[in-house]
Structure formats: C-alpha cells, structure tokens
Write a protein that binds this ligand. Structure first.
Ligand code: CA
Length: 530
C-alpha cells in the first residue's frame, strides 16, 4: 500500500467521506499559499460597462468595480485588466476621444486613482487597455486634421507645418482598401476597422511623443501595465513593422517602469504571434488554445487528444522562448470578442470546469473573462459576449447592469449568488483551481514536459520544473474514468511510491485514489503530485 506516501489521497488525518466536490477538493488543497509578486498573474478581464453599477443608472462604473475587488480577490485573482475606460462615444470605448480622461459614464480620474489604490492594497495589479492603433473620429486631433484637409484648395498638398495633426493620421488623395472619403473633398483617410476609427500614423514622431506622454501619465498614476489592442493592425499586413513599433513601445514603457507588464492582442495563429515576442513585449494572448476553434475546445468537444494538447503547450512554449527567453504565456478560453466558453462547450458544466483548468495549468499568466467563473453565455454579436455580470438571477439586484445584448441570453448555469451556495458549482471549482496556482509557483513558471508514455487521448501527464522543483499534473479530460500507471515516472528524484498528493480538482465528491503505482482517475479529475 502507498497510503503513507499518498497521505492525503488515502485520507490522512481527515477521514470524513466528502459529500460534494468542494469538500473533496478542500481535503487535499491544504498547502500554504506561495504567491510570488512577479508578472505571472491570475488576471481577471473586466468589461466595465457590464460589470457592476454603483449608482443605479444601469451602467457599470469604476466605483462598482471597487465594490467588487474583494469578490475578485477571493476568487484567487491578483491582477485586473479593464477594457478601455477613456472618454468615448461607444459603450465599449475602443474609440478614444481623450486618453487622459475617464469616461463620465464610468466615473472620474479620481475614481480610477482610488481603484488603483484599492487594488494595490489587495496586492492586485491593474492593466490598462491601450488603444493606439486608432482614435475616435471625434478625437480633437482628427477633427483638426479633417478641418484642415477640407480647407485645402484643389491640388494643394497638406503640410504638417500648417496643421501638425495631418501628420497624426494617414491621408491619401486616392482610394485604397480600408480608407474612408472625407465628404466634399478628394481626400481619404485610413480607417481599417470603420470610418469612426481613423488609424493613427505610427511612423509620426509626433504621434509617438503623444503615446510616450500618455503612457507616462498613467504609469505616474500607478498603472502596472498595459494590454495593447489590435497590434496586427498597427501596420495592417506588415508584421515586421508591427514588431518594430512594439519594440519601440515596449522600450518606451519599460524605461519608465522596468517591472511594468505588457500583453498584446495579436489575434492570429501561434506561428505568427510567437514571432511578435521578438519585440520584448512580455505576453501575447495564446489564441491557438482559445475560442471555439482552439486546442482546448477541440480536445473537449471532438476528442482531439489530451496528449496533443500537452504537445501543443510544449511546442508553443518553444516558439515563444525562441523569440524572447523571458516570455510569459497568456492562456485564456474566451474574451470580449469571442463566444463565451459556455456556448463553445454547451450543456455540460464539467467541460466548462475542465476548459478553465486546462488554461490554468498551461503555464504563464491565466486570463479569466468576467462571468466565465459562473459560466455566463453569449455569442454572435459582440454585444452578446458582453452581457451583464450575473451577480444575481434577479436583474434588478444591487450592482446589476442593463444589457447591451441584441437578444435575450438565457444564463443556464446560475449566478454568483446561487453558485456561491453550491459546493459543486463552476464558481467553487474555479476558485480551487486559482488556489492551486497560488500555492504552486511551478504551475505558472515551470517548464512543461509531456510524459508521453503515460499520456493518451483522455489523459495528459505534464511535468513542471521551476528552479529545480518538480510537479506532476495528471489530467483526465474525458467523461470516462481512467487509470494512469506512473511506475515509469520520477519527480524530484523520487519514484511513484514516494510521491505526495499536492492538489486536486474534481467535478464530484469522487476522489482520485491510488493502487500500487496506478492512479484511478474519475471523469474530469486532475491530480497534482510532488
Ligand atoms: Ca453606473
């Protein structure tokens, strides 16, 4: 018998038979926290408009976010990323009118300063969404430039000496793809997303000086880093120039604050976004694993293989490392632009639990989109992916926001209120997963190695090594029970008989058990050994 070494799994001091998943996990996940305050974080993405309303107008706001920082902290999160908060004409605020402001719908600069202070008091960092591919067409820079263009005589060329703002954007007197005509003139401006979002001319020294000042302003306020919007569109279709600009921007930020953290939205495939690491930017979202067509969804929906998932982790790690040895991966399942995991993995809460766990165990930083901890739904139109945070199933409860969705979205997995009371809920599962990340620095920071002889379509056995300390993560990602023979594996110089159970993630009260060198894994169970 291996009970003396697999102490916790065999019962240890707590012999009570667990009655639910939470009790079962809590019997095992008892190690002290070991949170390193570097840039490997558990990050929570907040869409402010839909998160928490503090003043009853139905629009989420900064004070609402402040009121929920304890909730976020208790999840096990230690960083928040807010999608844009600057003055804008749209609810999503990805078209900025004033980079030095906070939109009045959300509050004031003072509110934002309070948010920074309250987050920092809880050892949480704050990432600001920096949208410098384009501005709003209502930005004063663009307004001035457009007025000037309109004043030109036929055949006259614009001059930055007469109007410095013409240099801020890309004007042309012939039509090109992605350009919009300025009414009453022969001139066009670049606007790759739509006419309301004119592209900034990032070659302009004046524009770079503006960005430098914006970055300085918010770093001085205490912002800990930036999420960069739409980096592939900086110079549309030109990765080389995009990487050059990102190198400049990364240096611009890091020379002001050496430990600032930057994550870029490079919405492409891993062959491309891993190359962007050459810019020195810490992280790019690991899109290949996310969304409805990603590796995680494929493994859970179409049985593409736990082993293949592991091999892909190792491969992408190598590709990132080849471009920047200090890379930090950025795992996620969905975000404000993609259908939520609950729709990608329909019907089955166990798959939702496993999807989040798979992203958490990949390594690097882990990004949780608000509401995914309770399995919120939403797909199709962007508005539907940004539904009101389900604090309660009562849409008139405190903090609830009005919906921007274009259809009624049926939330089938319950609210924060109902799931907090349910020991088998997704919410309680996600908290246990984040707890494990906060106990074991190896999960986020360790190198990944697939133990191929123990891995299969159903099971991944992944070895992590962080500064010589090894963890073995055994994941049964299938709806079937599985046995895993670990007799060929050694970690920390020990053979299987001497492994200790370090943590577990379970979807029911049924725990992982041990017989000789073999783990009996219930459906969708994860066991962590050291
Ligand atoms: Ca409000």
């Amino acid at each position: 018998m291996l009970c003396s070494s697999f102490m916790t799994a065999c019962g240890g001091t707590t012999t009570k038979t667990p009655e639910n998943a939470l009790e079962a996990m809590q019997q095992v996940n008892v190690q002290e926290l070991n949170v390193i305050e570097d840039n490997y974080r558990n990050v929570y993405e907040i869409f402010p408009y839909s998160f928490c309303d503090s003043d009853g107008d139905g629009i989420g706001d900064i004070q609402g976010i402040i009121s929920k920082l304890d909730y976020i902290k208790e999840l096990g999160i230690n960083s928040i990323w807010l999608t844009p908060v600057h003055q804008s004409t749209t609810y999503h605020k990805y078209d900025v009118i004033d980079y030095y402001s906070i939109d009045a719908q959300f509050g004031t600069v003072e509110d934002y300063e309070q948010l920074l202070e309250e987050a920092h008091n809880r050892d949480m960092t704050v990432l600001m969404d920096l949208v410098v591919n384009h501005t709003s067409s209502s930005h004063p820079w663009f307004f001035e430039a457009k007025q000037y263009i309109k004043s030109l005589a036929p055949g006259q060329q614009p001059s930055a000496e007469e109007c410095p703002y013409v240099d801020y954007y890309v004007f042309s007197n012939e039509y090109k793809s992605g350009f919009t005509k300025i009414e009453g003139t022969e001139w066009y401006y670049e606007s790759q997303f739509w006419s309301g979002m004119p592209d900034l001319n990032l070659d302009s020294e004046a524009v770079r000086n503006e960005i430098d000042q914006i970055v300085q302003f918010w770093l001085d306020k205490g912002v800990d880093g930036f999420r960069l919007d739409a980096v592939t569109s900086y110079y549309t279709g030109n990765d080389t120039k995009n990487i050059e600009f990102l190198t400049w921007l990364n240096d611009c930020v890091k020379e002001k604050k050496a430990d600032a953290y930057i994550v870029g939205e490079c919405w492409t495939n891993s062959v491309t976004y891993t190359n962007y690491y050459a810019s020195g930017v810490d992280s790019f979202f690991n899109f290949d694993f996310a969304t409805n067509v990603g590796t995680i969804a494929n493994a859970l929906n179409s049985g593409s293989g736990a082993d293949k998932f592991g091999e892909k982790i190792v491969l992408v790690d190598e590709m990132m490392a080849a471009n920047n040895p200090n890379y930090i991966g950025a795992a996620f399942t969905s975000n404000h632009d993609n259908g939520r995991a609950a729709g990608v993995l329909p019907g089955d809460a166990n798959k939702l639990k496993m999807a989040q766990a798979m992203a958490m165990m990949m390594g690097g930083s882990y990004y949780l989109y608000y509401g995914d901890e309770v399995g919120m739904k939403g797909s199709g139109d962007d508005e539907n992916k940004r539904a009101p945070m389900q604090w309660s199933t009562d849409s008139t409860a405190d903090g609830m926001c009005k919906s921007v969705a274009t259809r009624v979205i049926e939330m089938t997995h319950g609210s924060v209120e109902t799931q907090a009371e349910d020991p088998d809920s997704l919410l309680n599962y996600v908290k246990q997963g984040l707890l494990l990340r906060n106990m074991y620095p190896e999960i986020a920071r360790g190198t990944n190695e697939v133990i191929t002889e123990c891995s299969s379509t159903d099971v991944l056995v992944l070895k992590k090594n962080y500064e010589g300390s090894e963890l073995l993560i055994v994941m049964n990602i299938s709806a079937n029970a599985n046995t895993v023979d670990l007799s060929s594996v050694s970690i920390n110089g020990k053979e299987v008989g001497d492994f200790e159970v370090a943590g577990t993630l379970l979807v029911s009260a049924e725990m992982v058990t041990v017989e000789e060198a073999t783990l009996q894994m219930p459906a969708y169970a994860i066991e962590i050994l050291k």
